[in-house]
Design a protein around this ligand. Structure first.
Ligand SMILES: NC(=O)C1=CN([C@@H]2O[C@H](COP(=O)(O)OP(=O)(O)OC[C@H]3O[C@@H](n4cnc5c(N)ncnc54)[C@H](O)[C@@H]3O)[C@@H](O)[C@H]2O)C=CC1
Ligand SMILES: O=C([O-])CC(=O)C(=O)O
Length: 316
């Protein structure tokens, strides 16, 4: 891929930019942020790691949204992170205004790009971007499940003492307290998780996964997570730019899949060069279905709050 722009040169944006450049996932990594000098400074700092990591990707930054021009993919990390004690939904009102502005820049300067949303609450803001752009399911999607699944895998690795590499996990639903880890679809090198861990330990891991973001926030105090989130975004970008067509949980717009429509939330997707190529519909059991629809209700409540904010588009 020639050019990827990261909107929001904060902690997640910077971490993502470093990984994309290091892995040469595109020729040009652009950083856009409203903080004066910051995107330029971060770009320069990352560029100066090129001799160590031996990459040729170019990194540059600007406060001018025209930097988005010619991007094939835009990763959106702009917006407030929550503070300890808050839920992700608590930053909805602040972030929707930022995301509306960012969306208008994308429409104006990168009208053919794919959009990978990261800003929280990510399900609702992915939905918002899709509404404002009018773009389809394949082009507008978000990151949540890749991170949640990696958290779950690392907890399983800690619990079993086995290599995290052999652990495959699946987390569906909204990226909030109602997220749905699905241990039935988790394996250790193909062997079901239940072969290694008793039910109560699996349940404890599910619960820790649901609270994974809050756990880090409570420890780091003045920052939510950004190392694993950056790596999760880069994993999705890699599947897109290399057209790997990996099966990854993504925040996707549902159009009847899983019995839901007019909503965006985490489901397994095939992610390739055109974005979300398809949604994989798993045959959920009764408990998983109940948990999934509870999670959908939580996301829907957030989406309803958007109604008060109004979608007065300001397409340039
Ligand atoms: N989906 C996920 O799994 C995750 C989502 N997040 C979310 O990502 C977002 C960013 O988190 P951090 O990087 O830690 O925050 P941060 O505060 O370090 O960075 C946010 C950046 O957005 C910029 N920004 C604000 N308004 C802007 C605008 N109109 N245009 C361009 N840039 C603008 C700020 O200047 C700042 O540099 C938060 O909403 C956070 O909750 C964080 C981790 C994981
Ligand atoms: O916890 C937060 O607010 C940031 C995030 O989404 C995560 O780390 O999962």
């Amino acid at each position: 891929m020639k050019k990827i722009t990261i909107v929001g040169a904060g902690r997640v944006g910077e971490t993502t930019a470093q990984i994309l450049a290091e892995a040469e996932l595109c020729r040009e990594v652009a950083l856009f942020d409203v903080r004066e000098g910051v995107p330029e400074g971060i770009a320069l700092d990352i560029l100066q790691t090129a001799p160590f990591f031996e990459f040729d990707s170019v990194v540059h930054g600007s406060n001018d949204p025209r930097i988005l021009k010619d991007s094939e993919l835009v990763v959106v990390t702009a917006g407030l992170p929550r503070k300890p004690g808050m839920s992700r939904a608590d930053v909805l009102e602040s972030n929707v205004r930022i995301i509306d502005e960012v969306t208008d820049h994308i429409i104006a300067y990168a009208p053919d790009a794919l959009v990978l949303m990261v800003s929280n609450p990510v399900d609702t803001l992915t939905y918002r971007v899709a509404q404002r752009t009018g773009w389809n399911q394949s082009r507008v999607f978000g990151q949540a499940g890749v991170l949640d699944a990696s958290r779950m895998a690392s907890f399983i690795a800690q619990e079993t003492g086995f290599s995290a590499r052999d652990i495959t996990t699946m987390v569906l639903g909204g990226h909030g307290d109602t997220m749905v880890p699905v241990p039935r679809f988790c394996t250790i090198n193909g062997i079901p998780l239940s072969y290694f861990l008793p039910e109560d330990r699996i349940e404890a891991i599910n619960e820790r996964t649901r609270k994974g973001g809050a756990e880090i926030l409570s420890l780091r105090k003045n920052s939510s997570a950004y190392d694993a989130p950056g790596a999760a975004v880069a994993t999705m970008v890699d599947s897109i730019v290399n057209n790997r067509r990996r099966l990854l949980p993504c925040v996707a717009l549902l159009e009847g899949e899983y019995g839901e429509a007019d909503i965006a939330m985490g489901v397994p997707c095939i992610l390739g060069s055109k974005g979300v190529e398809s949604i994989v519909e798993l045959d959920l059991n009764e408990r998983e279905r109940t948990d999934f629809s509870r999670s959908a209700s939580a996301v829907r409540n957030e989406i309803e709050r958007l109604g008060d904010i109004g979608l007065d588009t300001n397409k340039q």
